[in-house]
Design a protein around this ligand. Structure first.
Ligand SMILES: [Zn+2]
Length: 108
């Protein structure tokens, strides 16, 4: 998986887990080839995907667009300082918008 280094995507793991469990119940042997974040949304590539799998992948993308990728709470698309695009809740957006030195002091 490749995610924006500064933000991560722990908040999306439940969402991904649910998608993978659904795909695992199928017999078509579809294989996930890429999971990444683009413009604050999950992008999943899968080979041998049928219409059912594609619709689940689309549902996951739509859900990721309103799920904070840090904590899994309700999130919206934001542009952080440094032109970093991410889907975040209010609290995580504020925390990640602070200069790194100040952030380390607050988290200590
Ligand atoms: Zn959050």
């Amino acid at each position: 998986m490749s995610f924006t280094y500064r933000v991560g995507a722990d908040g999306w793991f439940d969402l991904l887990d649910r998608l993978f469990q659904k795909i695992a119940t199928l017999r078509i042997g579809c294989r996930i080839t890429a999971v990444k974040e683009k413009m604050g949304q999950l992008r999943i590539s899968c080979n041998n995907a049928d219409d059912q799998v594609l619709s689940w992948i689309e549902e996951a993308r739509v859900e990721s667009a309103r799920t904070c990728q840090v904590c899994g709470g309700l999130g919206t698309f934001r542009i952080l300082p440094g032109h970093l695009a991410a889907t975040l809740c209010e609290a995580d957006a504020e925390r990640l918008s602070k200069p790194i030195r100040q952030r380390q002091v607050l988290e200590a």
